[in-house]
Design a protein around this ligand. Structure first.
Ligand code: ADP
Ligand code: MG
Length: 499
C-alpha cells in the first residue's frame, strides 16, 4: 500500500527534499498507478524527479531516453551519490561497460539506465537491452520526436519500436514544449495509450521581459551586459554574430566566452564549464547552447537576434532566474529583424482576399463551374499564376494559401512529390505489431512501421495517402522495395494498397 507519506519519505531519502514542487506528486502518482504520462512542465520545474522517483522505487530497472550526453552524465552523477543506481550508455560507451551496466540493470541493481537515442538504432544494443525487461521507459525532452519542435532528433523516431522490442513497458514523456502540434505528435509517435496529460502553468513571475530597439546590436548588448550583475546568457542567431559580440564584450572589459556548433567538442566544453562553474559571467551563444543546462542563478538572458518562434523564445528566457530571484530577459531588435518577422508573418498568414482570389483563379483555370465539384486534375503552372497575380507574386505566400485551402478540404494538391500512394491496414493494431515483431522480412516490417508511425490508428480506419519516395525514405528502404512489400502484404490480406 502506498500512502502519501511513503512518497514523502522516498523523496527525502533519495533526494533530500522535504516537499514536492507543483505538479510533481500528481505525476509520480499517475506513473505509479500504471498510467502512461505526458508531462509538459516549464524548464526548471523539476521534470527529472517525476520519473526518477518511480524508477528508484521500482523493482526492475527503467530506461530513460535523453538527447544530450552531457545532460545524461550530469543526472547520473547526481543520482550516484556514493552508490550506483544509475548509468548512462551512449555511442562512446565501450562494449564491456555496456555489458556491465546492462547486467546490473537486468538484476535491478541499477534502477535508471540513461540511453542516448542513437543507441536505439544499434541492433546489437537493442538485442542486449531486451534482457533488462524495463519497468518503464521514460522519454526526456520528448519534443525532440517532433518535426514541429525546434530540436528534432530523427533517432527519437526509433523509440516506439525500441519500446516494443524490450517488451512494451509503459512509456511516459516529458517536455517543456507545449505547442499543440508537438503534444499531439509526441502522443502519436510514442503511441501513448490513454495518457494522463499534465500541463503546468508557464507563468514566471520573477522574470521581467524587456524589448529594446538598437541601431548597433553589439554595442547595445555591451551596455546591457555591463548593467547586469551576475550570470548572463546572450543569444545570437549566427556564429559570426556570436563571435563578434563576444569579442566586443571582451575587448571592452566584460569577460565573455562563446559557444556554437562550429566549435569543437573541447572548446564547447571549456566555454560551458567556465560559465556553469561561475568563472565567467557571460556566455554568448547560438541556440545550440542551453538545453538541459541547469544553472540556477542566471540573472539575464539577452537576445541579440529574434528567435524563430515564440516557443524557442520561451525556452531560452526560461533559463533565467531558476532560483526564483528576480531576473531579466532582454530582446534587442533592429529594423531588419522587424522586416524579417513581418515578412514571415505575411507569408504564413495570407489574407482572405488573396486566398479567395487564388481559389477563383485555380477554379477558372481548371474550368470548374461555380458551385460544382471538379473531378479532374488541374495542372497549374507558375506562369499562369504570375499572369494572374503579377510578377511580384511571393512563392511562400502562394504555398501557404494553397495549404490553407487544402486544410479546408477545398482541394488536394497533387505534385510529383506528394500524395501519390495510399494504404489502409485491414488487420488490428495488435496483429500488425505481432507481425512486425515476428517477421523475418525487414523490408516489410520497416514499411509497415513507417506507415503506422506516420498515421497511427488513422491507417486502420481509412485510406491514408502519402508520397511513395518520402515514405520509403522514412522506412529506410528503396521505393521499389516498399511497393513490393506493400503488394505482398496486399496479397496476404494485410493491407489495401492504391497507387
Ligand atoms: P526540468 O527538467 O523540468 O527543467 P530539473 O529536473 O532539471 O528541471 O530540475 C530543476 C532543479 O530543481 C534541479 O536542480 C532539481 O534538483 C530541483 N528540484 C526538483 N524537484 C525539487 C523539489 N521537490 N524540491 C527542491 N528542488 C527540486
Ligand atoms: Mg530536464
Amino acid at each position: 500500500m502506498r500512502t502519501s507519506d511513503d512518497l514523502l519519505k522516498a523523496l527525502d531519502r533519495w533526494f533530500g527534499f522535504s516537499s514536492f514542487r507543483e505538479g510533481q506528486r500528481e505525476i509520480v502518482e499517475a506513473i505509479l498507478d500504471r498510467r502512461e504520462v505526458l508531462a509538459v512542465l516549464p524548464t526548471g520545474a523539476g521534470k527529472s524527479l517525476c520519473y526518477q522517483l518511480p524508477a528508484l522505487t521500482a523493482e526492475r530497472a527503467s530506461i530513460v531516453v535523453s538527447p544530450l550526453i552531457a545532460l545524461m552524465r550530469d543526472q547520473v552523477d547526481r543520482l550516484n551519490d556514493g552508490r550506483e543506481v544509475a548509468a548512462a550508455v551512449d555511442a562512446s560507451t565501450s562494449r564491456r561497460e555496456t555489458d556491465r551496466v546492462l547486467r546490473l540493470a537486468t538484476d535491478g541493481e541499477i534502477k535508471l539506465l540513461y540511453v542516448a537515442p542513437e543507441r536505439l538504432e544499434n541492433v546489437a544494443f537493442v538485442a542486449r537491452a531486451k534482457t533488462v525487461a524495463p519497468a518503464y521507459v521514460f522519454v526526456d525532452e520528448a519534443h525532440c520526436i517532433s518535426e514541429w519542435g525546434h530540436d528534432f532528433r530523427p533517432s527519437y523516431r526509433r523509440i516506439r519500436q525500441f519500446v516494443d522490442e524490450v517488451g512494451a513497458p509503459r512509456v511516459s514523456a516529458f517536455t517543456a514544449t507545449a505547442t499543440p502540434e508537438v503534444r499531439r505528435d509526441v502522443v502519436k509517435q510514442l503511441e501513448l495509450e490513454n495518457p494522463a496529460v499534465f500541463v503546468q502553468g508557464f507563468e514566471r513571475p520573477n522574470l521581467a521581459l524587456n524589448v529594446v530597439f538598437a541601431r548597433n546590436k553589439p554595442e547595445k548588448v555591451l551596455e546591457l551586459a555591463r548593467s547586469i550583475n551576475g550570470a548572463t546568457i546572450v543569444y545570437a542567431g549566427t556564429r559570426r554574430l556570436v563571435e563578434e559580440i563576444a569579442e566586443r564584450l571582451s575587448l571592452r572589459g566584460v569577460d565573455a566566452v562563446y559557444y556554437h556548433a562550429g566549435l569543437d567538442h573541447e572548446a564547447r566544453r571549456r566555454s560551458q564549464e567556465a560559465f556553469l562553474g561561475g568563472a565567467i559571467d557571460v556566455v554568448v551563444a547560438t541556440n545550440a547552447f542551453g538545453m538541459g543546462v541547469d544553472k540556477r542563478d542566471v540573472r539575464a538572458v539577452i537576445h541579440a537576434t529574434m528567435p524563430g518562434a515564440v516557443e524557442n523564445y520561451y525556452q531560452e528566457i526560461g533559463r533565467a532566474g531558476r532560483d526564483g530571484e528576480p531576473a531579466d530577459a532582454w530582446l534587442v531588435y533592429d529594423d531588419a529583424d522587424e522586416r524579417l518577422a513581418r515578412f514571415f508573418i505575411d507569408a504564413n498568414h495570407p489574407d482572405r482576399p488573396f486566398v479567395r482570389a487564388l481559389y477563383d483563379a485555380l477554379a477558372n483555370y481548371g474550368s470548374v463551374p461555380l458551385g460544382e465539384r471538379g473531378d479532374g486534375d488541374i495542372p497549374v503552372s507558375s506562369e499562369y499564376l504570375e499572369a494572374v497575380f503579377g510578377e511580384r507574386l511571393n512563392k511562400a505566400v502562394v504555398e501557404s494559401a494553397v495549404g490553407a485551402l487544402e486544410d479546408a478540404g477545398r482541394f488536394a494538391v497533387l505534385s510529383d512529390r506528394r500524395r501519390k500512394h495510399a494504404a489502409r491496414f485491414l488487420v488490428s493494431k495488435e496483429r500488425l505489431r505481432a507481425f512486425v515483431k515476428t517477421t523475418r522480412d525487414d523490408v516489410k516490417a520497416a514499411s509497415v512501421v513507417a506507415v503506422m508511425r506516420e498515421f497511427g490508428g488513422a491507417a486502420l480506419s481509412s485510406f491514408v495517402s502519402f508520397d511513395l519516395e518520402r515514405m520509403a525514405t522514412k522506412a529506410g528502404v528503396r521505393a521499389k522495395d516498399f511497393e513490393e512489400a506493400m503488394a505482398a502484404l496486399e496479397r496476404a490480406g494485410f493491407v489495401a494498397y492504391r497507387k
